[in-house]
Write a protein of this length. Structure first.
Length: 139
């Protein structure tokens, strides 16, 4: 009986250490404006523009350091599936990012330290490569 209770406690402790599967939902579009600082004698005209979601990115460290992680696997067909295996021994933190078409803006957030894998699925029949981001899941 003590052995069964010890095994149950060990199983619960181990399962608590793993990250749960999390669906990450990138905003489908963002509204952003451009700031002009180096056009002396010129007056910028125009306002904010809407930018559509393009693809997901994984960063080793904060995204401002621009260290993108190359996916470990990609499989093609009607849908493109891209997968990253996260190796925490290679970096202290990882960030997932949502990148937007025709802009350098990336919306990013830090991943939990228990996350070991992220998978992005794209519909290649919709939009320019890699296609329309259908889902982004990390676990």
């Amino acid at each position: 009986m003590k052995h069964a209770a010890a095994m149950l406690c060990a199983a619960l402790a181990t399962s608590g250490a793993r990250a749960q599967k999390e669906e990450i939902v990138c905003p489908p579009a963002i509204l952003a404006s451009t700031t002009v600082t180096t056009a002396e004698g010129w007056e910028p005209v125009g306002g904010a523009a809407e930018y559509k979601l393009e693809h997901a990115q994984l960063f080793s460290g904060h995204p401002s350091d621009s260290v993108q992680v190359t996916p470990d696997e990609s499989s093609k067909g009607k849908n493109l599936i891209t997968q990253w295996r996260i190796r925490h021994e290679q970096a202290p933190e990882f960030w997932i990012g949502c990148a937007y078409r025709d802009t350098t803006v990336v919306l990013a957030r830090k991943l939990d330290t228990h996350v070991s894998r992220c998978v992005a699925r794209y519909d290649q029949s919709d939009g320019p490569p890699p296609g329309h981001l259908q889902s982004l899941t990390c676990s």
